[in-house]
Design a protein around this ligand. Structure first.
Ligand code: MTE
Ligand code: LUZ
Ligand code: MOS
Length: 768
């Protein structure tokens, strides 16, 4: 089944916040952001802006009737800065005017006097100065301290990965208007309608039931709207409450890039110990997370870094510590993978470093250490249905790894100024919110008396196809054609207390809730069918192809007649259901538990050709073997895999997020921040679906697919590095992503580089 949104998207008919017809008297907002990264506010004067043409009013912190607080995990972030600001672009005031142009023009008339305070943009400096959001956390398995002595080889080094701008096509935005009794309705481009509702209620000083949040769809979120859609929605709601008029806030692209947080850059140290058979005996790492100026989701992101610190490998002795470092850049936030990729990059760098020092290929170490069935992750959960080795083996065989390696060597021997590199990239990603309580969802189904069906869940459609998957779940249970179903907007009055659509888990969580609601309705309808058909009970009855079937044959009781008969007999045609993933638990005191419903596995194999003169490169091919379980929608799942992989390649190769020393975003537009386009996509892209059982906690055994493929992107970095290695020794080359053409060039000609080099082998075990 195709994505039900495709037609509307292609014809330009799909509705986003900015497309909504506005009410008469609507005010348009422009947000005044801090002009510097850290400062003490001495005077804020908005009176001249108030008098500017078309301006209705200017909102500041003084207009907030409730709490000026939007921090979700730690209450450390005001909606509008009062005494101080902590990042360039931090919202201080909101101009509301008759037109957007007038609102933006009035920004010029806002007077702000401030005292500059020291700016930190480097997470290591933040740690050194004690600027941590909360104490560091450590995950441990076995005993690294005694394990080092048993290693034949011990290497240490440093690995840095950059941030990433979400660049959803639809910028942040919301539209709000008052309803009677002091309430407000908010249309928001958010992954988290309940987060918007909860925070708006807090800031407005009203109970949650007075705030209704409605989401039709998002033009992309990628984590950037998991909670950072909230402030703009709350500003719109606040404006509506203060003025009595409808208020629209839609950010311009440059404001969106300047004011919102991104993927967290990380700067990490590692130490890895191997035995003589290249088995990893011990692994240690410290992660410096660049959290930005407020907590936002950073504590949860940091947790996932630790969960995924050993990627797809079994390591018996592990000790990894993560530091949430407060800096003066916008609060960094969720981004596809949610800290997992940053943790995984470090062990991949450690493995690559060890391979380079030992003169072996990284794949030899990777392959020797892949997870097996029953292995323990550092957090105590054991693998179940582990496909790490199978995915690797199938990739090797199916795509001819050995032959490709030979081809690389032959090509490199024959070509002086072009070099080919290859890399294998295994991935393993845990599915569930790491906060156990968030793993719940609900659904509400109405069957109307004509047999058509309305489905509401807590899931938000953001391009990933969750609405199509929800439709498939319901259509499958009732066995009716797709055109009988409508997936409603995501609305807090129909489905309450929802978790954000995130963690790749929304099809599982909402799908399972929907399954429960539909199962209930089906059973009730079949009881009515038994009465209609004069049978003692429902044994032998089923719904099939828009009709009731009895003992394997169609009856003349159609779906429509069955529904009408239930209605006439006063049987409820509506059902709500709630689902909570069973079996999950995690104890943050011991840092052990079973936080994930299941894991997703896969392997990618990259081939790249590097231009030795220019440092430019082109990917010849990427071949993937991925674990979809039993995919309920191969077209959508393939799209998610290709899109995630290319987005991961962008993070690892070309997306170079730059702040200057004063915390000003340098890569602040599409002219200075490059994301992959069609030319950056590998010339050949193959995705093979592993033939497997699937996981019982996955919806219809179809495994979550939203985030895991992003981590294949790491292979792009290591493939380019491998091509550089064909030109010169890379033993001293820093592990610094993204591998932009500039970095590749400096890797080829290190005399021109000013990057730190990694340490050499620090120790050798007795059996070396
Ligand atoms: N795909 C599209 N087209 N647009 C998006 O914004 N977000 C990704 C992924 N795929 C995203 C996407 C992220 S970060 C997540 S967590 C999942 O979709 C969320 O949806 P799911 O839980 O339904 O997989
Ligand atoms: N969001 C969240 C996430 O709140 N918790 C998670 O574990 C998570 N994982 C991935 C993406 N978003
Ligand atoms: Mo995705 S980072 O969980 O929104």
């Amino acid at each position: 089944m195709k994505n039900i949104d495709s037609r509307g998207h292609v014809r330009g008919e799909s509705i986003y916040v900015d497309d909504m017809p506005v009410r008469e008297g609507t005010l348009h907002a422009a947000v005044f952001g801090a002009p510097y990264a850290h400062g003490h506010i001495k005077r804020l004067d908005v009176s001249a802006a108030q008098r500017a043409p078309g301006v209705f009013t200017v909102l500041t912190a003084a207009d907030i009737p409730g709490e000026n607080q939007i921090g979700g995990i730690i209450p450390d972030e005001p909606l509008l800065a009062e005494d101080a600001f902590h990042f360039n672009g931090q919202p201080i005031a909101v101009v509301l005017a008759d037109s957007e142009d007038q609102a933006r023009a009035a920004l010029e008339h806002i007077e702000l006097e401030y005292e500059k305070l020291p700016v930190i943009t480097d997470p290591r400096e933040a740690r050194a100065k004690g600027e941590l959001l909360h104490p560091p956390r450590t995950f441990q398995l076995g005993d690294v301290d005694t394990a080092w002595a048993a290693c034949s080889h011990v290497f240490s080094g440093r690995a840095d990965s950059g941030g990433q701008e979400h660049l959803y096509l639809e910028a942040q935005g919301a539209y709000a208007h008052q309803v009677e009794n002091g309430g407000v309705r908010v249309y928001s481009s958010t992954q988290g309608p309940t987060a918007v509702q909860r925070t708006a209620a807090k800031v407005l000083g009203v109970p949650m039931h007075l705030v209704e949040v409605d989401v039709t769809r998002l033009g992309g979120g990628f984590g950037g709207k998991e909670d950072q859609a909230t402030p703009w929605a709350v500003m719109a709601a606040l404006g509506a409450l203060v003025t009595g008029r409808a208020v629209k806030v839609v950010l311009h692209r440059l404001d969106d890039m300047r004011m919102t947080g991104k993927r967290h850059p990380y700067s990490s140290d590692f130490k890895i110990g191997l035995d003589k058979d290249l088995k990893i005996v011990a692994y240690e790492a410290s992660f410096h997370q660049d959290a930005g100026a407020a907590a936002d989701l950073s504590p949860a992101v940091l947790e996932r870094t630790l969960f995924h610190c050993t990627n797809s490998y079994f390591v018996p002795n592990v000790k990894t510590t993560a530091y949430p470092c407060r800096t003066n850049v916008p609060p960094n936030t969720a981004f596809r993978g949610f800290g997992g990729p940053q943790g995984m990059f470090v062990i991949e760098a450690a493995i690559c470093h060890a391979a380079e020092q030992l003169g072996v290929r990284p794949e030899q170490i990777q392959k020797a250490n892949l997870l097996s069935e029953g292995d323990s992750f550092p957090y105590g959960q054991k693998t179940v249905g582990c496909l790490a080795q199978r995915a690797w083996g199938q990739t090797e065989e199916q795509y001819g790894y050995a032959a490709l390696l030979g081809k690389r060597d032959t090509f490199n021997a024959a070509n002086r100024f072009r070099k080919k590199g290859i890399a294998m990239q295994p991935i393993c990603f845990g599915i569930s919110f790491t906060k156990t309580h968030m793993n719940q969802a609900a659904a509400l189904v109405h069957i109307y008396s004509d047999g058509s069906i309305g489905v509401s869940t807590g899931a938000v459609e953001m391009g990933q196809g969750v609405n199509t998957k929800m439709l498939q779940v319901a259509a499958g249970i009732f066995s009716v054609s797709a055109d009988r179903l409508k997936i409603e907007t995501t609305n807090t009055t129909r489905v309450a207390n929802t978790s954000p659509t995130a963690a790749s888990a929304s099809a599982d969580l909402n799908g399972k809730a929907l399954e429960k609601a539909c199962d209930c309705l089906r059973d009730r309808l079949l009881e009515q069918a038994a009465r209609e058909l004069g049978r003692a009970d429902t044994a032998g009855l089923s719904l099939k192809d828009n009709a009731v079937w009895a003992d394997g044959a169609a009856t003349d009781l159609s779906w429509e007649r069955l529904v009408m008969s239930a209605y006439l007999n006063r049987i409820s045609l509506s059902q709500q259901a709630h689902y909570a993933t069973p079996g999950l638990h995690f104890d943050t005191n011991t840092e052990k538990g079973e936080p994930f419903a299941y894991h997703v596995y896969g392997t990618a194999l990259y081939e790249v050709t590097l231009d030795i003169i220019r440092g430019t490169y082109a990917f010849d091919a990427v071949h993937v073997v991925h674990d979809f379980g039993q995919s309920m929608n191969p077209i959508i799942d393939l799209g998610q895999t290709e899109g995630g992989l290319v987005q991961g390649m962008g993070w690892m190769t070309m997306e170079d997020l730059l702040y200057d020393k004063e915390g000003r975003l340098m890569s602040n537009a599409l002219s200075t921040y490059k994301i992959p386009d069609i030319y950056a996509v590998p010339k050949q892209m193959d995705v093979t679906f592993i033939d497997t059982e699937g996981a019982p906690l996955a919806i219809l055994k179809s495994k979550a697919v939203g985030e895991p493929p992003l981590m294949y992107g790491m292979g792009a970095y290591f493939a380019i590095r491998d091509a550089i290695r064909a030109w010169r020794d890379t033993k001293a080359m820093a592990f610094h992503a993204p591998m932009t053409p500039e970095r590749a060039l400096l890797g080829l000609y290190p005399d021109f580089a000013d990057e730190p080099v990694v340490d050499q082998e620090v120790a050798s075990g007795a059996n070396d």
